[in-house]
Write a protein of this length. Structure first.
Length: 114
């Protein structure tokens, strides 16, 4: 039996309102990260380092065996960020895809020798 694991990735480029320094940006992003991670079962990583205090790229990921649930979770993360009031997604890219590990017992198809 082959089990499929689905991975969901939400990439956001955030516009940070009122951020004049990198410290301002860090405070907003850290607070938003903590609220997202507390509320949703996702990872949160800053990507695309920027010298602009008003912009920040982040990626949220999650995984499981139900692609619709994964998409729903990441859609809710996106809406939550939009409604945060301190950061607005300038760019949003969401993808859910199947992943099969190259090795491992749950990837191997069952065969009968005979």
């Amino acid at each position: 039996m082959v089990r499929t694991v689905h991975i969901g990735v939400l990439h956001l480029v955030l516009r940070i309102s009122g951020a004049r320094t990198l410290k301002d940006r860090r405070q907003v992003v850290r607070s938003l990260r903590d609220r997202v991670r507390h509320r949703f079962d996702v990872t949160w990583h800053e990507v695309e380092p920027s010298d602009s205090p008003a912009r920040c790229g982040v990626v949220c990921t999650t995984g499981g065996n139900d692609s619709r649930l994964i998409r729903s979770i990441l859609d809710r993360v996106h809406r939550f960020v939009e409604q945060s009031g301190h950061a607005w997604p300038e760019t949003v890219d969401l993808d859910v895809f199947p992943w099969h590990p190259p090795d491992g017992p749950w990837h191997m198809e069952e065969t009968t020798d005979g």
